[in-house]
Design a protein around this ligand. Structure first.
Ligand SMILES: Cc1cc2nc3c(=O)[nH]c(=O)nc-3n(C[C@H](O)[C@H](O)[C@H](O)COP(=O)(O)O)c2cc1C
Length: 257
């Protein structure tokens, strides 16, 4: 059965060392990342931007379908428009660079094929269950059909099948696919922001923007792609962080059950 890749241990001849740990460095990095609203004029070297984008792409993501795209806006003309579409926020207009993270709810088909192609290139035989996952189960899970009609059928089917046993119940609609693609894209955004901090640069994630105009600026297909957030990048100005970090009582958020 296709889902057995999730429940059965495949016979593999593969190990990866897990001997890296550096909690102090990670803590410092996370604590040091702040949203910067004002930047200096200092340029961000191209190679650092590429490196950080590469690190963003290493984020965990649903079914390894990598439902994201990152648009590094380099054209001056586009950038001017983007500043305006980011509502002329200081965090946008003073930044040397802006990268727009886009969640793609439609690229899973292409990416499932790419995954199967990658499997074909492996020296070791890939477990049949893994191949079946991308050939059969993923299309079943992610396809919502014309106007989401297949999703509606799945919704009924999932509910019936779940009467007596635990069942995955999503994604069964286009809005579920929006959540699905945005979840993974947001994780990559955090990788990107932490990566820039690791290289000594600052960022500000922005959803205060005109979604529709940014989508048109980037020629994104309607109904398939949406702007997850824009991320400005640069060196924080001395007055770029507007105040000490505020987080509420952890008991509001952390539950031991
Ligand atoms: C999805 C998202 C959207 C955000 N949108 C904006 C924005 O449009 N403009 C802005 O100045 N900050 C924006 N922020 C930054 C938050 O205000 C900031 O992360 C929060 O106040 C916590 O501060 P810190 O990032 O310095 O820890 C956004 C953050 C996230 C995660």
């Amino acid at each position: 059965m296709a889902s057995s890749i999730l429940t059965e241990t495949p016979e593999l001849n593969y190990t990866e060392p897990s001997d890296y740990f550096n909690p102090e460095a990670f803590t410092a990095l996370v604590e040091n990342r702040r949203s910067s609203r004002l930047y200096t004029d200092e340029k961000v070297p191209e190679e650092i931007i590429h490196k950080c984008l590469d690190l963003a792409l290493l984020a965990p993501n649903s079914s390894n379908m990598q439902p994201w795209e990152f648009y590094w806006v380099r054209s001056e003309e586009k950038r001017k428009k983007l500043n305006a579409y980011c509502l002329d926020q200081n965090a946008a207009k003073t930044a040397p660079e802006i990268i727009v993270a886009v969640a793609r709810r439609d690229t899973w088909k292409r990416n499932a094929k790419l995954m199967l192609e990658e499997f074909g290139k492996q020296d070791e035989e890939v477990p049949k269950a893994a191949t079946a996952y991308y050939k059969k189960l993923a299309p079943l899970a992610y396809n919502q059909g014309f106007l989401g009609m297949f999703g509606m059928i799945k919704r009924v089917a999932f509910n019936v099948m779940a009467i007596n046993k635990p069942m995955v119940r999503q994604p069964k609609s286009i809005s579920d696919m929006r959540v699905w693609s945005n979840k993974s894209t947001a994780l990559a955004c955090e990788n990107l922001m932490l990566a820039f901090r690791a290289y000594g640069y600052d960022t500000c994630p922005m959803e205060g923007l005109d979604q529709r105009r940014v989508r048109k600026l980037l020629n994104l297909p309607y109904g398939k792609a949406e702007v997850c957030m824009a991320i400005s990048v640069g060196k924080r100005a001395d007055n770029g962080i507007y105040g000490p970090r505020i987080r509420f009582d952890r008991e509001l958020f952390v539950k031991e059950v």
